[in-house]
Design a protein around this ligand. Structure first.
Ligand SMILES: Nc1ncnc2c1ncn2[C@@H]1O[C@H](COP(=O)(O)OP(=O)(O)OP(=O)(O)O)[C@@H](O)[C@H]1O
Length: 345
C-alpha cells in the first residue's frame, strides 16, 4: 500500500502542544482515540488546513500541503453535527462541493444524485436538512464529503449524535463506504466500539502525543496506558516478572505466561471473583480489598476495589445481593492465573 499521508503535526498553544507523526496508507482507515483535550480535533483541523502548523509537514501523495489553503485541499469532512446548509436541499448540499471545484451545475447535480443513491437516500434528494432524521442527515454529510473525490476523508465523531439503534445501523453503512473509499480515512472518536468496528489501525493520543498505535485487536490485548486499559475494559498494572510470578507494588500475582523483567499485567473485570470471607482452599491470586464504589454496568454491577491492588470487578446483581457488599466494607478478591495476560513493558 502506498502512503497517502505522511505528516508531522506540531501545533503550539499557550497551555498545550500537539506533536504527532502520522502515516496513513491508501484505503486505510485510522482511528484517532484519546481523552478529552488530547488533541484529536486539532489534528484533523490541521490536516484540513483550518489551523496552521507551528512546525512540521503534511505530505499527501508526495505533495507538501503545509501552506496550501484549506479550499485547495482535496479533503472531505464529516462532523458530529454534520454542518449541512439548512437552506439547501439534500441534493444541493451534496452538489455544493463539486460546484466549488468548478463542476458544471447539471453535472454536479447528477453526481450528487448518484451519491445520495449510494447512501440509500435517492428519495430524499429534495428534502431540507431539518426534515431529515439524524441518521439520514449523517448519510447526507457522508455523501457530501465523498462527492468531492477527496484524497483524504476526515470524520470527527461522526456517530456521536445518534441514538444507539441508529448508530448501529449507520456504523454498518459507514463501514461499507469506508471500505470502498480508496483514499486515506482518519476518524476521531471517543467510542472504542466505533474505533474497533471501523478502523484498520488505532492511534491513541494523550496530551498531544501518540502513546500507542496498532491493530485494534492488538491494542485491546496489550494496553500500555491506563486510558487505553479503561477504554478496552481491562485492569492494567506494571510489575516485574520472574517466571510465572509478577511482582506488583504491593502484591505478587501468578500469571499464565512465563516472563522476565518489566511487564504489563492485564485482566478483565469479569475475571475477578469476590468472596465475603476468605475462601476455603485459598486460590493463589487472592487478596483482601475494600469496596471503594459500586455502580451499575450494563446488566452487571461494577465493584471498584481499593487496597493492595486497585481493580474493577464485574459481578451479577444477584451476586451483589448475596455478598451483601457495602461501600467501605471488606471483601476478598481472586483472579485466576489463566485469565490474566502479561506482556513485556
Ligand atoms: N481554538 C482553540 N484555542 C485555544 N485552545 C484550544 C482551541 N481548541 C482547542 N484548544 C485546546 O487544545 C487542546 C486540544 O484540544 P482538541 O479539541 O484538539 O482535543 P480533542 O482531543 O479533540 O478533545 P475532545 O475529545 O474534547 O474534542 C485542549 O487543551 C483544548 O482546550
Amino acid at each position: 500500500m502506498d502512503v497517502v499521508i505522511d505528516a508531522h503535526i506540531v501545533v503550539r498553544r499557550p497551555a498545550f502542544t500537539l506533536d504527532i507523526a502520522l502515516e496513513v496508507a491508501e484505503g486505510e482507515v485510522v482511528a484517532l482515540l484519546g481523552p478529552n483535550g488530547a488533541g484529536k480535533s486539532t489534528t484533523l483541523r490541521a490536516l484540513a488546513g483550518l489551523l496552521p502548523l507551528s512546525e512540521g509537514h503534511i505530505r499527501v501523495g508526495g505533495e507538501e500541503w503545509r501552506h496550501r489553503p484549506a479550499d485547495e485541499r482535496p479533503v472531505g469532512m464529516v462532523f458530529q453535527d454534520y454542518l449541512l446548509f439548512p437552506h439547501l436541499t439534500a441534493l444541493d448540499n451534496v452538489a455544493f462541493g463539486p460546484r466549488c471545484q468548478g463542476v458544471r451545475r447539471s453535472e454536479a447535480r447528477r453526481l450528487a444524485a448518484e451519491w445520495l443513491s449510494r447512501v440509500g437516500l435517492a428519495e430524499h434528494a429534495g428534502r431540507r436538512p431539518r426534515t431529515l432524521s439524524g441518521g439520514q442527515a449523517q448519510r447526507v454529510a457522508l455523501a457530501r464529503a465523498l462527492a468531492v473525490r477527496p484524497r483524504l476523508l476526515l470524520l470527527d465523531e461522526p456517530l456521536s449524535a445518534l441514538d444507539v439503534d441508529t448508530r448501529r445501523e449507520i456504523r454498518a453503512g459507514l463501514r461499507r463506504h469506508l471500505a470502498e473509499f480508496d483514499g486515506a480515512s482518519l476518524l476521531v472518536t471517543h467510542d472504542p466500539l466505533d474505533a474497533m468496528a471501523l478502523a484498520d489501525r488505532l492511534v491513541v493520543v494523550e496530551d498531544g502525543r501518540v502513546v500507542q498505535e496498532g491493530a485494534p485487536a492488538h491494542i485491546a490485548r496489550h494496553p500500555r496506558t491506563d486510558y487505553v486499559a479503561r477504554l478496552v475494559g481491562l485492569n492494567l498494572y506494571r510489575g516485574v516478572a520472574e517466571g510465572h510470578d509478577v511482582k506488583l507494588e504491593r502484591l505478587t500475582l501468578s500469571v499464565a505466561e512465563s516472563l522476565g523483567g518489566e511487564v504489563f499485567l492485564a485482566f478483565p473485570p469479569s475475571a475477578v471473583a469476590l468472596f465475603r470471607r476468605r475462601p476455603e482452599g485459598s486460590p493463589r491470586n487472592l487478596w483482601e480489598a475494600t469496596v471503594g464504589g459500586i455502580e451499575p454496568y450494563g446488566d452487571q454491577v461494577r465493584v471498584h476495589l481499593e487496597g493492595p491492588l486497585p481493580a474493577a470487578a464485574d459481578i451479577t446483581p444477584a451476586a451483589l445481593a448475596e455478598l451483601g457488599l457495602a461501600e467501605g466494607g471488606p471483601v476478598w478478591a481472586a483472579v485466576k492465573a489463566a485469565e490474566t495476560h502479561a506482556y513485556p513493558a
